[in-house]
Design a protein around this ligand. Structure first.
Ligand SMILES: Nc1ncnc2c1ncn2[C@@H]1O[C@H](COP(=O)(O)OP(=O)(O)O)[C@@H](O)[C@H]1O
Ligand SMILES: [Mg+2]
Length: 594
């Protein structure tokens, strides 16, 4: 085997594999160049998702013929005037994109500096293919055709034009959000897709996400230690099954950074189910020497000098905003809730449409009805469907005092409390509501510095995996702060001395197993406060009245009264409403009286 120097062309292809992996990444590089050139207007044309054609025209500074030739050489860039690479404000800085793209496509550059004549240069798969005078307005137009046509290894991994187009659109949206002061147009297969006039950052975000966030968004604006966070996030109740609508920016650079994504997740942790994702457009502004952008080939990841400060600001800032908005959210949910109510007339039809749901534990397990957390799917199904109707009613003799959530009148399926309020009928999910109350109680106690603990007469010994025990042992000090005092009791066992007073009677082994899982997932640089908050949510779930427990009228009313005075009680720890109300007017509508 002989060692040889690779020909420059091949080196370019290898690099191209990193920088340019699909049409969307080539497009991203071209738009970034246009923005770096000071463009106020960027016009993009695509054919077949960029597989056939990508064209980006700008009105930026343009290049002369010599500069154009140089731009096609590797590591030739105008963006690092001195040799320092730690204060980068441009999108590009490596001088790799154009030569990389030119080595795997037919690339044409047309450019004109204001006050001089235009020029064109073509390169066919790394080989010069002619140049000459060109007529165009000041600025630059770059055209890429047949990307990866002659690179089967890459071609193989490309997806359908539809999917490639979706990725291109995503890239354009991200850059258009990053630079709201620039006008953009996007045409695909001859159809105009986007026309964006210069706008304020919130205006641009609204334009690109409007239908999503105008009703369901929370504005974010906070700062700490010279770091600033602005943008908009969705209410927890407005979430998605995939994390595709999370637009994150660091100093106006679109990123898909793990730290930021993780912080966003953590902020919603007990407000949204694990498999759901918020929508967000968040702009982080950090002093240049606090962040390194030169850590990823496509520049989509960054490294912070002080990651925990950044994480703390995001988690803290978002949580505060979410807390303030939670009441509004609950109110909206309730306003929207009656549409879910079914009238007697459509009842049979509803059942006929979902016959399999009647008792299928798999369906229920997938749905994860919050009231049944901690039960197996089989147990849930039993509670829901195998029992005879378990409604109880209380006589409605006394007048209804004016409590917002009303007076308990009965319980349905040993799961829901039915109450009568002055203005309508209220149904409460007892487990979801109680879980929230326990969590808020624990939070309040912790804030007041007085966490109640309940000493177990006989300490409980819980058997777990060794790694689980290790994790719990490592978190023992944090857990003690919540009133859960544990000790290592051997390689695979943990001794529990006290449990949080807010808990009441609890399945301690189940709680510890859940906590061990939780701690493994949390990892990372999370502040103690955030960590405790999240762990508290898990504990709260275990301490809550189960669905399926028959409650006395006094217990039901006590729950209602506590909900009325507890912040955030309108939503369970998973972002679903804890209660719904059907107003008198709505009831009358259901019966055709109105
Ligand atoms: N649209 C454009 N307008 C003006 N100059 C451009 C444009 N695109 C590329 N250039 C020039 O070509 C150089 C090389 O571009 P590129 O290969 O993307 O590397 P980088 O952006 O990292 O510098 C840039 O530094 C810039 O000087
Ligand atoms: Mg570039």
């Amino acid at each position: 085997m002989s060692i040889r120097r690779l020909p420059p062309e091949l080196i370019n292809r290898i690099a191209a594999g990193e920088v340019v992996e699909r049409p969307a990444s080539a497009l991203k590089e071209l738009v970034e160049n246009a923005l770096d050139a000071g463009a106020s207007q960027v016009a993009i044309r695509l054919s077949a998702g960029g597989l056939e054609l990508i064209e980006v025209a700008d009105d930026g500074c343009g290049m002369g013929p010599d500069e154009m030739r140089l731009a096609l050489e590797r590591h030739a860039t105008s963006k690092l005037p001195d040799d320092s690479i730690d204060r980068i404000t441009s999108f590009g800085f490596r001088g790799e994109a154009l030569p990389s793209i030119a080595s795997v496509s037919r690339l044409r550059i047309e450019s004109r500096v204001r006050g001089s004549d235009g020029w064109w240069i073509e390169v066919d798969h790394g080989t010069p293919a002619g140049e000459g005078p060109a007529a165009l307005p000041p600025g630059t137009r770059i055209t890429i055709q047949g990307l990866f046509d002659k690179v089967p290894a890459r071609r193989k991994f490309l997806r359908s034009p539809r999917a490639e187009y979706a990725a291109c659109l995503d890239s354009v949206k991200r850059l258009a959000m990053a630079r709201s002061d620039v006008a953009f147009t996007l045409d695909h297969d001859g159809r105009r897709i986007l026309t964006l006039q210069p706008a304020s950052p919130p205006g641009r975000v609204a334009e690109l996400l409007a239908h999503e966030l105008d009703r369901h968004g929370i504005g974010i604006d906070c700062a700490r230690d010279g770091i600033k966070l602005t943008g908009v996030i969705s209410l927890p109740t407005f979430n998605r099954g995939v994390a595709d609508q999370q637009y994150l920016f660091v100093n106006s650079r679109p990123v898909k950074d793990r730290l930021l994504v993780g912080a966003l997740r953590a902020a919603y942790r007990d407000l949204i189910a694990r498999d759901r994702h918020p929508i967000a457009a968040l702009f982080l502004d950090v002093p240049l020497d606090e962040v390194d952008v030169n850590v990823h080939p496509a520049k989509t990841e960054v490294r912070f000098r002080d990651p925990s400060a950044v994480r703390g600001l995001i988690v803290g800032g978002l949580r505060r905003a979410l807390d303030e908005e939670s009441q509004r959210s609950a109110a909206r949910e309730q306003a929207a809730a009656p549409v879910m109510w079914t009238s007697g007339a459509s009842y049979d039809e509803t059942l006929a449409r979902h016959p399999h749901e009647k008792g299928d534990p798999a369906v229920i397990a997938e749905r994860g009805i919050p009231a049944f957390i901690g039960m197996t799917a089989g147990e849930e199904a039993k509670v829901l469907f195998d029992q005879p109707p378990a409604a109880r009613a209380e006589p409605a003799a006394e007048p209804v005092p004016s409590y917002p959530l009303g007076v308990a009148r009965g319980q349905v399926a040993a799961t829901y409390i039915v109450a009568e309020a002055e203005d309508g009928l209220v149904i409460v999910d007892q487990h979801a509501a109680h879980e929230r109350l326990v969590l808020e109680r624990m939070r309040a106690a912790r804030a007041g510095g007085a966490v109640g603990r309940q000493v177990l007469l006989i300490p409980d010994v819980v058997e777990l995996d060794e790694p689980e025990c290790d994790r719990l042992e490592g978190a023992a000090t944090d857990l003690a702060e919540l009133g859960l005092e544990i000790e290592r009791f051997g390689p695979t066992s943990i001794l529990v001395r006290t449990v949080p007073a807010a808990l009441g009677k609890t399945d301690i082994p189940g709680l510890l197993a859940d906590l061990a899982g939780e701690i493994a997932e949390l990892g990372g640089p999370l502040s103690l406060r955030d960590k405790l908050d999240l762990v508290a949510a898990t504990i709260a779930c275990h301490g809550s009245v189960r669905a399926g427990r028959i409650l006395s009228v006094a217990e039901m009313n006590a729950l209602l009264r506590e909900m009325e005075v507890t912040p955030r009680s309108g939503q369970c720890n998973h972002g679903r409403p804890t209660w719904v109300k059907l107003g008198h007017g709505e009831i009358e509508k259901l019966f055709g009286r109105k």
